[in-house]
Design a protein around this ligand. Structure first.
Ligand SMILES: [Zn+2]
Length: 755
């Protein structure tokens, strides 16, 4: 139970003592928040019916009043007395559950001293809009989030016994607007059935907080989410702290991914996981779903017998037979709150790291990563400063996981494709570890500035890789990245608006739909260019450390970063490096096209040249098999083979028969287990219409659902021969149920646009 005012955490309770967002200008500058909502609800203004006829579908697991009951009444003046009683019961239930869990939300203690409020620079990001959020996040400060959820497996809903997450989200907030606030808008989603809302606030003159049910309603916002609006019975006072308790349930939806036993590696038990980036967590819990807002969180998760829950949290604690308690002790944006529940076991692989996986994968996971993660972490710390997140664990996901990795703090979610058996794909782990500084600690303030997360992370990944594996190997890997950027720009055209670093995301556009290689590889080129201007690697490394320290736990725009860069290097500022013709910072950010500067990858020549020469040999009408046999590829590392295959793909189609011969000559490639090799081989097979190996393409697509592999292959198949198009249709009809819903949509779009 939260006690008196004194029990609330102080404003300055981030580990840095930092103020995440400057308070000025709030309340008016929020272009993203509350569009079209303000005029409709008055402070006492009742509960409007949700627009999508959701009044009937709420099973809610028997907890709390049904949505239909609430929404059907009290259109003026708040809920009817019976509903009030039900809401009060629900609110009390939430409170007692929190107490039972030992959670006093206001007094959440993750340890660590409360430091003084150091003055921090005013940020451009403090007033930046986020058109992807329906919330009025600038009007409030989110101090803490607590989730109390019960996981139920069953058939897809709706209906009794269907699978779902149900419980409460408790948001601890402070009102920032100088005028106070009459309502609060959160991001939500039609799949989220909110059945009750209650406020816990202090009454003036009374030390005890009181709880009261409050009316709420939803409003359409975009196809990827809706607004959930709560009206305060009495306006919220400036500076007032309060808790909002929302009782809800979510079954099927884009934020919570349910897998049947057949869709898991072990095929015995179901599995559920959440994926928040970019705007999917509004379909997991009501929130300020913008990377501009950060807070700590805690969660109490109840699971069925025989299941284990894990989260992106500092602590993992088993409470009783089927309950798990988590605390994230650092402020993070909503998209990094992540949960997975399944048949999971773990194994130690380092002093602060363990791997989590289904039992049938745990030995492979342990073998692949035992003893290697600590080296990556320690190198990152040397370069970029302390690793602030405590643990670094890896969760190996079921095969349908659409990403290579998702950098959920403390617990990266990764594709099982990384279990290559030869530690050859560790660069993905280095990438995710690099997000511990770039993305998770310093975060893009909106999704139009995604390059701040990914471009810096690519640069950081390659710095770590250079130190651990050498310049030749790293430049080779970077060359494969550059090839991906080339491919992407060839497909879209260089002038495509997505080929700017700063993307203008229009209202209504799902930020995920803007996802492409540009923020990664063009972003890498820009950071490399800034290092090139400095001209000294050590100095630039020190700058990156200072940059992280300057903006840690905050969300920023490119303007904040570039201003800091020019301040840090006054000699460059004096030289006006921001406006060198052809390389203007503004051009980097706001003009689409190929990067004006490309870092020198010639240290990779020793590995690239032989691969290029060998690729050239394979383009001949009459193959020189003697010269080909003289090149020994048995010692080549994965990325050298990848580079070779990329060259083959560029030169494809090859003369008839050459690909068949190549497959027979290099079973190491044509029968590879390694996913990067399987992707390239599949692309070559399709581009050359080598139908004898179509089955391998299909097997690869059935074995995993990673977006980066799946979409290019469907593109290739649908652009290929009649047989290749048939292969695409056949494959998709069997794999669609095991793919992530976003990936299904993208594949459908590819198939529709090309049929
Ligand atoms: Zn990344």
């Amino acid at each position: 139970m939260t006690g008196s005012q004194g029990a609330w955490p102080r404003r300055c309770d981030t580990p840095t003592g930092g103020v995440a967002r400057a308070p000025r200008g709030r309340g008016s500058g929020c272009s993203g928040g509350g569009r079209g909502l303000g005029a409709v609800i008055t402070p006492t203004g009742g509960v409007a019916r949700a627009p999508r006829g959701r009044g009937s579908g709420c099973s809610g697991g028997g907890r709390g009043p049904a949505a239909g009951e609430l929404e059907g009444r009290g259109l003026a003046g708040g809920p009817a007395p019976g509903v009030r009683a039900a809401l009060a019961t629900a609110a009390a239930e939430v409170g007692s559950r929190l107490e039972a869990a030992g959670v006093s939300v206001g007094a959440m203690a993750c340890g660590g001293p409360v430091t003084g409020c150091a003055a921090r620079r005013p940020l451009h990001s403090a007033r930046a809009p986020d058109v992807a959020s329906a919330s009025n996040f600038r009007a409030f400060e989110l101090l803490h989030l607590h989730l109390t959820l019960r996981v139920e497996f069953g058939p897809p809903g709706p209906g009794p016994g269907s699978r779902g997450l149900g419980g409460t989200a408790a948001l601890e907030l402070r009102c920032l607007g100088p005028e106070g606030a009459a309502e609060l808008h959160l991001d939500s989603h039609p799949c989220l059935e909110v059945t009750a809302a209650a406020l816990r606030r202090e009454r003036p003159g009374s030390g005890e907080p009181s709880e009261e049910p409050v009316p709420f309603h939803t409003r359409p916002f975009a196809h990827y989410g809706q607004a959930l609006s709560v009206a305060f019975p009495q306006p919220c006072r400036p500076g007032e702290r309060f808790q909002l308790l929302l009782t809800y349930r979510v079954g099927e939806g884009p934020g919570v991914c349910w897998l049947t036993p057949e869709q898991t590696a072990g095929k015995k038990k179901p599995f559920v996981y959440t994926q928040g980036q970019a705007v999917l967590n509004r379909a997991f819990f009501p929130c300020f779903d913008t990377p501009a807002v950060k807070s700590k969180y805690s969660a109490l998760i109840e699971v069925p017998e025989g299941f284990t829950a894990v989260m992106s949290a500092t602590t993992w604690e088993k409470r009783g037979p089927n309950q798990f308690f988590f605390q994230m002790c650092q402020p993070i944006p909503s998209y990094l709150v992540a949960l997975a529940v399944g048949d999971l076991v773990s194994a130690e692989v380092g002093p602060r790291s363990r791997v989590w996986a289904e039992p049938c994968l745990i030995e492979a996971a342990k073998d692949e990563y035992n003893g290697v993660i600590e080296e990556f972490l320690a190198t990152g710390e040397k370069l970029f400063g302390p690793y602030v997140w405590g643990r670094y664990d890896l969760l190996f996901m079921p095969p349908s996981f659409p990403f290579g990795g998702m950098e959920n703090p403390c617990l990266t979610f990764v594709t099982p494709c990384l279990l290559a058996g030869d530690r050859s794909l560790a660069d993905v782990i280095i990438h995710e570890i690099s997000h511990s500084w770039f993305g998770n600690l310093v975060t893009n303030a909106n999704w139009g500035e995604f390059w701040l997360n990914e471009g810096f992370t690519m640069y950081a990944q390659r710095r770590i890789s250079t130190i651990l594996f050498g310049a030749a190997y790293t430049c080779l890997e970077a060359a494969t990245g550059r090839a991906l950027l080339r491919q992407h720009m060839d497909i879209t055209g260089e002038d495509h608006p997505l080929n700017k670093l700063r993307v203008k995301i229009e209202p209504g556009v799902d930020p995920d739909d803007t996802y492409n290689e540009t923020p990664y590889e063009k972003g890498f080129c820009f950071v490399s260019y800034l290092a090139h201007l400095v001209g000294d690697q050590d100095k630039f490394d020190n700058f990156l450390k200072a940059y992280v320290n300057e903006f840690k736990f905050q969300s920023i725009l490119a303007d904040d970063f570039l201003e800091f860069y020019l301040e840090y290097f006054p000699e460059l500022k004096k030289k006006r490096v921001d406006s060198i013709p052809g390389f203007e910072f503004d051009r980097w950010l706001n003009t689409p096209g190929w990067p004006p500067y490309l870092p020198d990858l010639s240290p990779g020549d020793s590995l690239m040249k032989p691969a290029e020469e060998l690729a050239q040999l394979w383009t001949a009408e009459n193959l020189d098999l003697g010269a080909i046999a003289a090149v020994d590829i048995s010692t080549w590392k994965t990325y050298q083979l990848v580079y070779f295959l990329d060259k083959i793909l560029q030169k494809s189609p090859l003369p008839p028969g050459n690909v068949k011969q190549m497959g027979e000559t290099y079973p190491k490639i044509s029968n590879a287990r390694n996913a990067e090799l399987r992707l390239r081989w599949s692309q070559i097979v399709i581009k050359n219409d080598h139908q004898a190996d179509f089955k391998k393409v299909q097997d690869f697509l059935k074995s995993q659902g990673k977006q980066k592999y799946t979409l290019p292959l469907y593109h290739a198949m649908m652009s290929g021969s009649e047989a290749a198009r048939l292969l695409a249709k056949e494959t998709f009809s069997t794999t669609a149920p095991q793919l992530h819903s976003n990936v299904v949509n993208y594949v459908r779009q590819i198939m529709e646009s090309k049929s």
